[in-house]
Ligand binder design. Sequence first.
Ligand code: ADP
Ligand code: MG
Length: 288
Amino acid sequence: IPSPRLEMPVTVPCQYRTGKTLGSGTYAIVKEAIHIETGKYFACKVINKKLMEGREHMVRNEIAVLKRVSSGHRNIVTLHDYFETSHNLYLCFDLCTGGELFDRICAKGNYYEGDAADLVRTIFEAVKYIHDSGIVHRDLKPENLLFRTPAEDADIMIADFGLSRVLEDEKFHKLTEICGTPGYMAPEIFKKTGHGKPVDVWAMGVVTYFLLAGYTPFDRDSQQLEMEAIIAGDYKFEPVEYWANVSETAKDFVRKCLTIDPAERPTAAEVLKHRVRVVHLPIGILMA
Ligand code: ADP
Ligand code: MG
């Protein structure tokens, strides 16, 4: 990474050398980066300014949100540093070496409902913290949930605050732009009736479904059909062989998160009160 030209306040203007690519999303490439002076490893999100033209405010917003929530909770990625050159914006995060949630689950030999319940509870605790801080994440999905280390009991981390928003006054401030990842987007986003924190609970319902079965509930042949299924709340716990070992409690949990009306949908705090009954039977045929 070249020497930063300081156009923004910078904590420590220092140099990094980038290594392998860790992942990429819509606007960014995330690379492993070594801080030359200390030899410490980081994850550096490199955002091309040309690609972001006209949407630079999204990155400023991401930084503003991260300043508010990052380092305040052990399950939220920490932003360490940020700087820019004439071509790129750089966001340096704590390196998560354990990979994305999706890959980890697929790699697991034996997998139990209790494992899913533990993960979902931890993520929801972090979501509650984000919501209590007046922020809605809006892009919760397995690609944005990372493990801190490769260890079996590694912390799960919420990453990618690129679509998140600060809600100034929750009663009146409703978001209306259509954004997110279609399969995880709540009905009210498509309906453009205004949305807020409940969209994160919906997305977590989809994530939970995915953790229990190995596939997502609203997968359809086209985006139009997918959107219609989401608006109608049209999903099933099928094929039955994938759900045979999943408890009624877990299904009930998913049903509650996937409540069509956002006003009726439980909040993150309410969801955390759901009684978990751990069943010790392997689940998710696809993943076995
Ligand atoms: P985008 O907004 O483009 O989706 P993300 O912030 O989600 O960018 O990063 C893209 C991908 O890079 C993630 O899905 C993940 O695989 C990887 N990644 C992001 N942050 C880290 C991190 N701190 N440590 C390791 N990998 C990361
Ligand atoms: Mg992402």
